[in-house]
Design a protein around this ligand. Structure first.
Ligand SMILES: *Cc1c(COP(=O)(O)O)cnc(C)c1O
Length: 365
């Protein structure tokens, strides 16, 4: 006899989430470079829309996030009926896992892939299958090699968090073409707004060409992380399935209007991309060769690799003492690296000064 309520199998396998630090030592002003938030805040148009819609908290949101889907449709040239919005893209990742995974199923992901994928997979009581990477980059052959008859889903963040690396359009297409049609390919383009590489494919054409590809996006990295707005573009049959299970008002009203305004403010997005690219390059050059290896990034952060875990920990502490909070990524299986978000210029300069003075020994290149 079971003497208490029991969760679904899989739930208790999930290690409780440990967030990155966000507070500095007493008396030190914290500069948060640990959550890949926007380096330039939010679009002024989005802020105005947020403020305006916040004046009517008594009104329910429109359930399908119509204003937001229409804005996204207009800006990205998509059919709004093939878009589903979520309370952040985490919401959509959970819903997709719940809809398409169950006990006995497997979901394939890359070794250093985004850590929400294991959570949603285990939450649906399915099994995680991790494919090895090549030098911190997803490997198409390894991903395809990890597929078994039980595989129902494949997750790929492109560019990936926490490595910042990406697969080009041709490799993505090779991955898609190699998957059985009953496997849902969840392509998470969370950092699309920051990519500058020319052979990048955000995923829209893949969704259009197949019945088993979903592109998932977020506003979190472009200034609206606190508003929790994500969206997905998917085949009609997937849209129908997810709409049956999602919360009927899963995106709040201010968020819908702020998201719509942010989507249309392409000038701000352009400015973000340019600022980020400039300081991403600068930071990569300034840190490289200083006993630190910086993995080439297409996102709004870089992964800095140190000689060993001990050095990485000491570097984290040296930065922390100065109020610069970066992300330790042991949970991703990388204990000798720190993920550093691109932030305001003074923070970038200070960070480089601290790491240079710190003089991490034992370069690894
Ligand atoms: C930040 C991030 C998300 C977005 O999460 P939200 O729930 O939209 O804030 C999704 N995927 C990846 C790879 C991310 O890094």
């Amino acid at each position: 006899m079971i003497d208490r309520p029991m969760p679904q199998p899989g739930i208790l396998k999930i290690a409780p989430y440990v967030p990155g630090k966000s507070q500095a030592a007493p008396g030190v002003v914290a500069i948060k470079l640990s959550a890949n938030e926007s380096p330039l805040g939010a679009s002024p148009a989005a802020l105005a829309a947020l403020t305006e819609a916040s004046r009517s908290p008594e009104i329910y949101p429109e359930g399908t996030s119509r204003v937001l889907r229409e804005a996204l449709g207009e800006v990205h040239g998509l059919d709004p009926d093939r878009i589903v919005c979520g309370n952040g893209s985490d919401d959509l990742l959970h819903l997709l896992a719940q809809c398409y995974l169950g006990e006995g199923d497997e979901a394939v992901m890359s070794r250093h892939g985004f850590n929400v994928y294991p959570i949603v997979t285990m939450g649906a009581s399915a099994e995680i299958v991790m494919a090895p990477e090549r030098d911190y980059r997803a490997d198409v052959d390894a991903l395809l090699g990890a597929v078994t008859p039980r595989t129902k889903m494949l997750f790929l963040a492109n560019p990936n968090n926490p490595t910042g690396t990406y697969l080009g359009g041709e490799e993505l297409e090779r991955l898609r073409a190699g998957l059985r049609p009953d496997i849902l390919f969840v392509l998470d383009s969370a950092y699309a707004e920051y990519v500058t590489s020319e052979d990048y494919d955000v995923g829209i054409s893949l969704v259009n060409r197949a019945e088993n590809v979903v592109m998932v996006r977020t506003f979190s990295k472009m200034g609206l992380a606190g508003s929790r707005i994500g969206w997905m573009y998917a085949p009609a049959h997937v849209v129908d399935v997810v709409n049956r299970i999602r919360g009927p008002f899963n995106v709040n009203r201010p968020a819908q209007f702020a998201g719509a305004a942010a989507a249309r403010d392409t000038g701000f997005t352009e400015m973000l991309r340019a600022y980020n690219a400039r300081w991403r390059d600068w930071l990569t050059r300034a840190l490289s060769g200083n006993a630190i290896r910086v993995v080439p990034s297409e996102a709004n952060f870089v992964l800095a690799l140190f000689a060993d875990a001990e050095t990485s920990k000491a570097a984290f502490q040296a930065l922390f003492d100065e109020g610069l909070i970066v992300r330790e990524i042991g949970v991703y299986g990388i204990d000798n690296g720190l993920r550093i978000s691109i932030g305001p210029e003074p923070a970038m300069r200070r960070l480089v000064e601290v790491l240079r003075a710190f003089g991490a020994p034992g370069a690894r290149d």
